[in-house]
Design a protein around this ligand. Structure first.
Ligand code: NAG
Ligand code: NAG
Ligand code: NAG
Ligand code: NAG
Ligand code: NAG
Ligand code: NAG
Ligand code: NAG
Length: 657
């Protein structure tokens, strides 16, 4: 029987990578993947029983990697130029919810290491973080298939392909699609649940990178989608790993690989055998879960007439429990919208045992999203003013796009009647407040940690003030709004929230937002808020962290005194570091503590024009710049003013004579 060997060959070849040649002339083809393959997977990546690599699941802000296990030699000799290579792969993106767009995308990567544990999900694709992105020492080449428009990296739309050199701002990018033979451009939707094939070719002589894509069944189009001249010899390490990185953001999608082939110096990549590829899962995206109830309700009542009363009662109760407000204008914010029901379940029905704290703005609960097992903090804010909600949600959503290592990430929101619900990433070490005022001589933070926290807060505020597209003024910088992650990194929370009070405020009354003790005097006087008001609060906070004292303290005579006044007094008496928290038992860096105390005083200067801005503050803290001369001794210019200032609204902040 002549076809028997053929069948055997077929089965043996199925799903197995065929590796030919030695190290220098690497070639391989994966026509589907088996669990027995050698790919190095991490994050949420896994191989499905069908032979798909599932890079991400439905979790939000997750990342997944799949790499060829061993590094490849990209140069013939250690000092030679990078050889030509060809890659081809087939991917499919299945959005989690059909009515929302999906984040964030897949990248094909060539990198010196497979270890991306420090990389961030969402717009960083699990490849970079805010520090490594744009770093020339990364030696990272990537092709991004990006399904979210991110202005930070100059993205053109939410469905594009880009060539990235160490930097998520692409060297070249174009909407996903391909050129027909006639020269006509046809759009492709990346997150379409359809398999799409991509070819990446590098020509060593011409130093040209071509990227081409087409629907699965189609032959490779002649004209590439992207074609850039870039000499990879200056970029790639001799030994580099190749693979894929995917991530989800506030919205998710399952990112799949169906097949992959690679060849170095061997002309075009070995053809992927389309007939052997596994199928993308047929289950489509879920529709919004809250719609389901509306269908179940009438069906249930009709079918179980006897149980009608009970069923209706139960369902009505259930619906009331989960009822949320949704209006037309919110469609634009869809990706950031959480179903109330999911949050209800995540927090076990907002039970008190999950209560993390009660702040001025509302109650905060700990929760865990059922699907992704992600830990979250859910804040419920009573909210009555309707007209401002739209504008506020727009702001919240835009603020949700802020991404900085010293900001608590806002994942999204939900709404109910009279209630706004904000969902944040969960910070395992809670707020700074509980570490500060070491009771009974207990010292909870050493000096190194304190200094690191102060620098972190400064860096977060700098980002809010200067490094994002809009100026964001926090207006309520204080210990309870600083959260600590598992590595004791400081993250600023609740930014942008103070605007809520603004929008909701009765125009007849001038409502001042902020907390007594941290409030810059000019706000009380003029109501005008500038970033320098945050600098003031930062100054007080820095003193607090260093001294382990509240902004108001009692002196030995039992008289209320401001912390600022007390630190100044210590300084006048000869040594400013006498103000440092006694719980540290003199175990601190004299120069650093002195710097922070003087800087704290400068920042909390009553005259806003005498305060530095956050950029200068970070420069002082990093030792890039010495403190200005004016503050080199305690007799500096406005010292007097500082101790004896009088402003009617700030009475509690003053020394009572
Ligand atoms: C698995 O890896 C080993 C060593 O890296 C290699 O010899 C082998 O051919 C690989 N097998 C497959 C199926 O990739
Ligand atoms: C490669 O370059 C390094 C310095 O860049 C040099 O020291 C070394 O001799 C070179 N090796 C060869 C084989 O050319
Ligand atoms: C990956 O890198 C991080 C630090 O960048 C390190 O802590 C970790 O041990 C590394 N993991 C592996 C598997 O090498
Ligand atoms: C990334 O590339 C863009 C465009 O070339 C450039 O403006 C930006 O400064 C780069 N980012 C970094 C961090 O170098
Ligand atoms: C392809 O999509 C882009 C962006 O979505 C759009 O501007 C363009 O008109 C589309 N082109 C065609 C031929 O449909
Ligand atoms: C890239 O595409 C151009 C046509 O646009 C073609 O001339 C060139 O040979 C291609 N290079 C590679 C490496 O495929
Ligand atoms: C690419 O850069 C390398 C040095 O990094 C150089 O030797 C080589 O000539 C360049 N190739 C081209 C075609 O310019």
């Amino acid at each position: 029987m002549s076809f028997l060997p053929l069948i055997l060959f077929f089965f043996l070849g199925l799903n197995l990578a065929s590796i030919t040649n030695g190290d220098d002339n690497h070639q391989f083809v994966y026509n589907g993947f088996t669990s027995a393959n050698n790919l190095s997977l991490d994050g949420v990546a896994m191989v499905t029983p069908d032979g798909l690599v599932e890079l991400t699941n439905d979790g939000i802000r997750v990342k997944g990697h799949a790499f060829y296990p061993s590094p490849l030699h990209f140069r013939e000799t250690p000092n030679g130029t990078v050889q030509s290579f060809s890659v081809s792969f087939v991917f499919g993106i299945v959005p989690t919810f059909s009515d929302l767009n999906s984040g964030h995308g897949i990248t094909f990567v060539i990198a010196p290491s497979k270890n991306f544990s420090d990389a961030i999900a969402a717009q960083y694709f699990g490849l970079f973080n805010s520090e490594t992105n744009g770093n020339d020492r990364g030696h990272i080449f990537a092709i991004e298939l990006d399904t979210v428009k991110n202005t930070e990296f100059g993205d053109m739309n939410d469905n594009h392909v880009g060539i990235d050199i160490n930097n998520l701002t692409s060297l070249q990018s174009y909407p996903a699609g391909y050129y027909e033979e006639s020269g006509r451009f046809k759009n492709l939707t990346l997150a379409s649940m359809e398999a799409i094939q991509v070819w990446v070719d590098y020509d060593r002589e011409a130093t040209r990178i071509n990227v081409t894509m087409a629907p699965l069944a189609m032959a490779k189009p002649v004209r590439p989608l992207l074609s850039a001249t870039y000499n990879l010899s200056g970029l790639l390490m001799e030994r580099s790993y190749i693979g894929f990185s995917s991530s989800t953001g506030a919205t998710s999608a399952r990112h799949y690989l169906l097949g992959w082939s690679f060849s170095m110096n061997g002309g075009t990549a070995l053809a992927i055998d389309i007939a052997k590829l596994p199928k993308l899962p047929r289950v489509g995206p879920k529709s919004d879960p809250s719609n389901l109830l509306q269908i179940i309700l009438p069906v249930a009542t009709a079918a179980f007439l006897v149980a009608v009363g009970a069923t209706v009662f139960l369902l009505v109760r259930r619906r009331m429990r989960y009822t949320e407000l949704r209006e037309d204008w919110e469609i634009d914010f869809g990706p950031h919208r959480f179903a109330y029901k999911d949050l209800f379940h995540a927090t076990e029905g907002f039970q008190n045992k999950n209560l993390l704290g009660t702040g001025g703005a509302g109650r905060v609960y700990k929760g865990m999203l059922l699907g992704s097992k992600q830990e979250i903090a859910v804040k419920k804010i009573p909210q009555n003013s309707k007209e401002s909600m739209k504008q506020f949600v727009a702001e919240i959503v835009s603020i949700g796009c802020l991404d900085h290592r010293n900001l608590v990430h806002l994942l999204g929101y939900s709404r109910r009647k009279g209630e706004l619900i904000l969902v944040y990433e969960y910070m395992s070490n809670g707020s700074l407040e509980k570490y500060l005022y070491g009771q009974d001589g207990r010292c909870t933070l050493d000096w190194g940690q304190r200094f690191h926290i102060i620098k972190g807060i400064a860096s977060g505020l700098l980002y809010l003030h200067e490094e994002w597209e809009k100026v964001v003024i926090h207006r309520d910088v204080k210990p309870s709004n600083i959260l600590l992650d598992n590595k004791m990194n400081a993250k600023i929370g609740d930014f942008g929230l103070s605007r809520l009070h603004d929008h909701g405020a009765n125009p007849q009354t001038t409502h001042v937002v902020g907390t007594i003790g941290y409030l810059a005097p000019e706000i009380a006087l003029t109501g005008k808020v500038t970033p320098l008001a945050d600098v003031f609060s930062f100054g007080i906070l820095a003193l607090e962290i260093t001294c382990g004292q509240k902004p108001m303290k009692q002196n030995a005579q039992g008289i209320q005194q401001t912390l600022v006044g007390w630190v100044l007094e210590c300084w006048k008496k000869g040594s400013v570091v006498d103000a440092v928290d006694a719980n540290l038992q003199a175990d601190y860096d004299n120069a650093e503590a002195g710097l922070v105390l003087k800087l704290g005083l400068l920042c909390s200067h009553p005259s806003e024009h005498s305060r530095p801005n956050m950029r200068q503050v970070t420069q002082y803290l990093n030792g890039d710049m010495p403190l200005p001369e004016t503050i080199s001794n305690p007799g500096f210019g406005l010292f007097h003013l500082m101790q004896e200032r009088e402003s009617p609204t700030c009475t509690p902040c003053h020394i009572h004579h």
